[in-house]
Design a protein around this ligand. Structure first.
Ligand code: NAD
Length: 300
């Protein structure tokens, strides 16, 4: 793997984190977004991330140096002109990604490898538009990339083997734990496990089987896990949980009563009341000191 210049396309929540993580490990990072306001916003996010990284890694100097490795552009051809690798973190909308890959395939140099950070869409959906399916792969990061440093590297049927190996190496070189997913799997590994687990917990609640605290307590005591499904849901955010239930219900015309009941409950009891999870200070628990972290929680 001989990459030096990385382009990150889309500089929102994940794009700015990917950009910082990559610059922090010495790469030149070109950031592409669609308009000047988005670039200004990205610059603010990067300045905040500088503080986060300096603090987390106890190395302010290194975080300061990372800030010198960014360039910004709203012109795609300019942004990718030297790219060894383009990491795409633009909105999770099929039409937007399709249009992006059609354009990218035309303007990027032949050497550029493309990786999508999409959470729910499969790389094979876009492979033909890239004009280089063998150099296209998924590289999926988790939010708060510096601490939750999984990099799920997922092939599509046309990905060349040496590209997979390069991406696994690249991920390692930016401080991630590379995790190879050998064939396409919606939800990768993490969400293939997490989404059914969170749904199971929520269904127990929606069906009046038990209260969230009882469910979390059961899971935490019996498995030794540091959090139960409702503690995790607060971190993920209630809006995302709600979107997932709606998606599951719309994909299934015979949506169960429990899914409908759950959607209604998340909407009226949480979203409408501004209880969105950790981000707003309250969800299933109150923050910054949620009950499940109190020593008594697992005893009583
Ligand atoms: P976001 O909305 O925070 O950021 C998207 C960015 O893309 C914005 O800056 C927007 O201006 C820009 N954009 C819009 N259209 C564009 C285009 N045509 N070309 C270039 N940039 C464009 O979104 P996000 O949460 O960072 O998610 C981005 C991708 O990362 C999605 O595919 C999502 O599934 C994935 N992802 C998100 C998370 C997460 O926790 N947020 C985690 C893993 C993966």
């Amino acid at each position: 793997m001989n990459y030096k210049n990385i382009t990150v396309a889309g500089s929102g929540v994940l794009g700015s984190q990917i950009a910082f993580q990559t610059a922090f490990h010495g790469y030149n990072v070109s950031i592409y977004d669609i308009h000047d306001e988005a670039i200004t916003k990205a610059q603010k996010s990067l300045a905040k991330l500088k503080g986060v990284y300096g603090n987390y890694f106890k190395d302010e100097q290194r975080a300061e140096e990372a800030m010198t490795r960014f360039t910004f552009s709203t012109d795609l051809a300019e942004a990718v002109k030297d790219a060894d690798l383009v990491i795409e973190a633009i909105p999770e909308v099929v039409e937007i990604k399709t249009k992006f890959y059609k354009q990218l395939g035309k303007v990027a140099p032949a050497k550029s490898v493309f990786a999508t950070n999409s959470s729910t869409l499969l790389p094979s959906q876009f492979a033909e538009y890239t004009g280089r399916p063998e150099k296209f792969i998924a590289l999926h990061f988790a939010n708060q990339i510096w601490a939750k440093n999984t990099a799920e590297v997922m092939d599509h049927p046309g990905t060349a083997e040496h590209i997979t190996l390069e991406l696994l190496d690249f991920a390692k070189s930016i401080g991630m734990v590379p995790l190879h997913i050998k064939k396409e799997q919606p939800g990768y590994i993490l969400n293939s496990l997490l989404v059914p687990f969170l749904s199971a917990g929520q269904n127990l609640f929606a069906n009046d089987v038990a209260e969230p605290e009882t469910i979390d307590k059961t899971w935490m005591i019996a498995t030794g896990a540091p959090m139960g499904p409702f503690g995790i849901l607060d971190v993920v955010g209630i809006q995302t949980a709600y979107n997932i239930v709606l998606m599951q219900a719309s994909a299934n015309p015979d949506a169960t009563n429990s899914q409908k009941k759950l959607a209604e409950l998340l909407k009226t009891e949480f979203i409408d009341k501004g209880k969105m999870g950790v981000a707003t200070g309250e969800g299933f628990y109150k923050y910054p000191n949620p009950a499940y972290l109190e020593p008594e929680f697992l005893k009583a």
